[in-house]
Design a protein around this ligand. Structure first.
Ligand code: PLP
Length: 423
């Protein structure tokens, strides 16, 4: 085994101890005198032309100009007071966005999946039972995350285009008495929205915590964390908040907080909410170092929240609903079918459509991109090859965008018509 190693950079050769990583000696050597065995030559990194399309898939959505600006702000570090002000602003902003008075509100450094993993593994210990109400791709992911952590997972299902009745869920809670129920509010893989009002009370009757995925609904669809008795909730910035991916808000109720603070198990280190609460100063000026957060993402999330605060939640929800109503009215004039049959269950941020027989979903999306410079998606997971998924969320939730989309869809239906189905 090697004890010493050396590294050469900028004309200086450093000898260091392999295990301790301490430098033992440094010698200046001009590059011309060194024989360096590079096994990989510098690659060619070419800039390719990118004509930005309208981002109208199920996420990421287009980003507010103010968020772009914030993203490019000068980097702060945890040594700057400004950094802590940003954290404070985000926490108080998220209390508004989630509608919770809880102090345990922060953002996880990572995508929506990271927040999902953080909430599940902090609230449910290995060996405890998590009931997953599964109606799409994201619940399948919750099942996977929980199983890998050694949680006993029970699954209850409903057809993908439908949502759960509270009666169905109560029967399952009565039967299984799980530690937590995990359910998705808005499902971007199927395009439906689950009724949440009253579900918290039902869960609490059976000693169960309620965990909710609001990744594609928060900011675009009414959601009241405290009022609805939600115990653990996670979201993301890249959907109706119109920000970049990579930082994901979470919030916990007092019940959940008690479980976290008296837990007998260790969640993954990176997702340890007890430590993260101290890094985010949830309970005072603790300023614990846990990991290095991304300053551009923090600035961006703060700017997303600022946009929402200045618009207000009510107006943002109303803008999404009005856009959806207009878009759906236009779609009703075409030969497409809504995947979600009940209008009240259709998700205001993502519309799912079934094309008439003979159309190919990939070809349809490719044509929309090539001809209209609009990015929409086909199905994913259990809906792959069966539906289109079209996002009208965040800054794209406007009547203008709904018209641009409807005109492009109408044109694509005509252009790719291979049967007699289009009228
Ligand atoms: C409802 C829902 N949950 C979770 C996720 C996963 O989020 P991310 O891709 O940011 O990890 C998505 C992503 O589309 C989603 O729509």
């Amino acid at each position: 085994m090697r004890i010493f190693n050396s590294a050469y950079a900028h004309g200086v050769l450093t000898v260091y101890h392999c295990e301790r990583h301490t430098s033992l000696a440094t010698v200046s050597i001009p590059p011309s005198k060194m024989s360096l065995n590079f096994v990989v030559p510098p690659p060619k990194i070419e800039d390719r032309e990118y004509v930005k399309p309208y981002l109208c898939g199920s996420g990421p959505a287009d980003i507010w100009p103010s968020v772009y600006e914030a993203y490019a702000r000068k980097v702060t570090t945890p040594m700057c007071e400004e950094h802590f002000h940003v954290l404070d602003d985000i926490r108080s902003g998220l209390q508004y966005v989630f509608q919770t008075k809880s102090k345990l509100v922060l953002a996880i450094s990572g995508a929506g999946h990271a927040a999902m993993e953080a909430v599940i593994t902090n609230l449910v210990a290995p060996g405890e039972t998590l009931l997953v109400a599964c109606r799409g791709m994201w619940d399948e992911r919750a099942i996977e995350v929980a199983k890998r952590f050694g949680i006993n997972v029970e699954v209850t299902r409903t057809p993908l285009h439908s949502t759960f009745s509270h009666e169905h869920l109560e029967n399952e809670l009565k039967r299984l008495r799980p530690t937590a129920l995990c359910i998705t509010h808005g499902d971007s893989s199927t395009g439906n929205v689950q009724k949440m009002q009253g579900l918290g009370d039902i869960c609490h009757k059976y000693g169960t915590l309620l965990i909710v995925d609001t990744v594609v609904s928060l900011g675009g669809v009414p959601f009241l964390t405290d009022e609805w008795g939600i115990d653990g909730v996670f979201a993301s910035t890249q959907k109706a908040l119109s920000g970049p991916a990579g930082i994901s808000p979470v919030a916990f109720s007092a019940r959940a907080e008690e479980k976290i603070n008296n837990r007998k198990h260790e969640p993954p280190f990176y997702f340890d909410i007890k430590m993260l609460a101290k890094q985010w100063n949830c309970y005072g000026n603790t300023r614990l170092y846990h990991h290095t957060m991304s300053p551009p993402l923090l600035h961006a999330l703060r700017a997303c929240i600022k946009e929402l605060v200045s618009q207000t939640l009510e107006k943002s929800w109303a803008r999404h609903a009005t856009t959806l109503a207009h878009f759906h009215k236009r779609l009703q004039e075409m030969s497409v079918t809504f995947y979600v049959p009940i209008p009240e269950e259709r998700l205001p941020t993502v519309t799912t459509l079934v094309l008439p027989e003979g159309y190919d979903y990939t070809e349809f999306c490719d044509y929309m991109r090539a001809k209209h410079n609009i990015l929409i998606y086909g199905g994913v997971g259990p809906t792959a090859g069966k539906i289109l998924r079209i996002g009208t969320m965040g800054m794209n939730a406007t009547i203008e965008m709904a018209d641009i989309l409807a005109d492009a869809i109408s044109d694509t239906l005509k252009a790719l018509n291979k049967s007699q189905h289009y009228s």
